[in-house]
Design a protein around this ligand. Structure first.
Ligand code: SAH
Length: 249
């Protein structure tokens, strides 16, 4: 089943009850992979109570310190956000998101759906680690759902999509190489930033803004592992060439 490749990631959740309710929401829809990034209170009796029997998900939940660790092996990362921010990631509704997530998962890729904290959602830094954004089209003046309720909406759409795909032969997209993982892309962005710094590209412009745009470009093109290696090689050679040029003769 392709949904096994889809994980729900809850970032820095404050209320353990929300973790339990999210586990319940997942289990009712056939999802089982739960990642908790730096939860404020976990494990907890309240989480168990509100999971209403989905304790197996709580017991097998993977707890990490950072979002980077929770998504390191994922090829597609989707951030759920109550507000539609200026970061201009590709934005979709839960139904379209489920289509993309299930079809990627059915080719064996690992997909993460990332949910933010109850009071402030996901930080811009965290959203930058995502390839796309999903927004539940709530009313603009009261847009924020409860955390577990938003997990339920996404889990339901994933279920509907995977049910409608059941029995269909999945035709994997033909790619010679696997896509680069999130961990690889993060080291690529760090290297790219260092190289641009070495060549003096940033000058008076804001490196954060430029890097956000570059992430968008590379996020769209989705490098495979061979392309990733080529890009890393180009960066290394560019840095070496600049260093040589600057050597006093
Ligand atoms: N006040 C916060 C809302 C946090 S709600 C904010 O403005 O960002 C907790 C989490 O539930 C959010 O980070 C998001 O992951 C999810 N969520 C809540 N409402 C949502 C919506 N309308 N669309 C998508 N995700 C939503």
């Amino acid at each position: 089943m392709s949904v096994e490749n889809i994980r729900i990631v809850l970032v820095n959740t404050t209320h353990p009850g929300n973790i339990g309710s999210a586990a319940r929401a997942m289990k009712t829809m056939g999802l089982s992979s739960l990642y908790l990034v730096d939860p404020v209170d976990f494990p907890s009796g309240e989480a168990r109570a509100l999971s209403s029997g989905a304790t197996d998900l709580l017991e097998s939940a993977v707890v990490t310190q950072t979002l980077e660790e929770a998504i390191a092996d994922c090829e597609l990362v989707i951030g759920a956000s109550a507000r539609v921010r200026g970061i201009s990631l590709e934005l979709t509704d839960p139904r379209d998101t489920a289509q993309v997530a299930v079809s990627e998962a059915s080719t064996g890729r690992k997909v993460a759906l990332v949910f933010g904290r109850e009071d402030r959602g996901l930080t811009n830094e965290e959203l930058r680690l995502c390839h796309r954004q999903v927004h539940i089209p709530s009313v603009a003046e009261f847009s924020s759902l409860n955390l577990a309720a938003s997990v339920q909406v996404l889990a339901y759409e994933l279920r509907m999509t995977s049910l409608s795909h059941e029995g269909e032969a999945s035709v994997p997209e033909v790619r010679e190489y696997e896509l680069a993982s999130s961990e690889q892309m993060e080291s690529f962005y760090t290297h790219l930033r260092d190289m641009l710094n070495d060549v003096g590209f940033f000058k008076s412009c804001n490196p954060e803004k430029i890097m956000a745009k570059l992430r968008r470009i590379y996020g769209r093109s989705r490098l495979d592992r061979m392309e990733y290696n080529i890009m890393r090689g180009i960066l290394t050679e560019t840095q070496a060439a600049v260093k040589n040029l600057r050597k006093p003769s």
